[in-house]
Design a protein around this ligand. Sequence first.
Ligand code: MN
Length: 386
Amino acid sequence: MKWVASFYNPRLSRSPVLYDTTLRDGEQTPGVAFSPEQKASIALALEEAGVRELEAGFPAVSEGEREAIGAVLESCSRARIYVLCRARREDIDLAMRCGAENVAIFTSVSELHLRYKMRRPLESVRREALDALEYAVEHGLRVSFSTEDATRTRPDVLTSLYLEAEALGARRVTVSDTAGVASPQAVAHIVAMLRSRLRRAAVAVHTHNDFGLATANALAGVAAGAEVVATTVNGIGERAGNASLEEVVMALEVLYGVPTGIRLEKLGEISELVARCSGIPIHPGKPIVGRNAFTHESGVHVAAVLENPLTYEPFLPELVGRKRRIVLGKHSGRRAVAAKLEEMGLEPEGGGIRRLLEEVKRLGEGGVRVTEDSLLRMAGDGGGAG
Ligand code: MN
């Protein structure tokens, strides 16, 4: 048994395609810039882990970015690599010059964006966007078409634009919650609305974490019929970030019961790779990959976990290439001290453990971290273990 999920969870019948945008939206995290070598190594790690689609970057950004996209295209052989383009012919040209065969074209048609960002009427933006789409299709590119801020775009405007995009050859349209302002119910509603109108084009969801709902929104979109889900490793990205790859994958596998095709045991090391390359450390409480995700201190929990970890763990940490940790502190119990001593190759015995536990709790209460070294010293001081 590797996990026991709630039997109240609904099941999904199929897994969505994972579209990872760590190299584009993830890189748009304030202060983050990946070198071409870093982009290539992250892309390769994702491909080896079984991620089928990657967004490598935004060619219009700079010469260095185009070089990095080239490096990604060179290092990956199986994953489908997309690049981001504004709805302009010159951006499509730049994408082709990088060697890209798949483009994600975006525009903006929400009232807010039309008024303050595009500063043009809907009709002009619409024409320009569809022109860029046609241009890309004519040049043999596979096109994913999206509007930023889709979750604040009027349903008639969004639906008619996406129907036109489909008719002109877009293979996919994306529901982007660019400002992170949609609830899971809203995302599900928009996806279902589009799914009921579109015929061939796939629907993707791209969600942001401004309310801590990016993963929930991504999964709500998938459950409502989205065939593609955008993620980033560690959930990095603009502002509060995106839906995290490791959360979405593990939720699909464990909670919804669908195989994603991802080599789950790779998730831990990919998370560390991206933390190193981005300079953004993993929060200890980060689900799936955080330092505390499989760490136990409370005496009640530790005693049960030693009998069967699934009493207090969502799944076994080895599944994602992680290890369980038992730490000693104020909340520790006898079983934890005994287990720790055993782990350190010491032979615990009754009275000594009680004395050590008192000492551990006293230190823990004072806010001191009880390390293996200090436990060893304590054990050496008064016997009880040897
Ligand atoms: Mn985004």
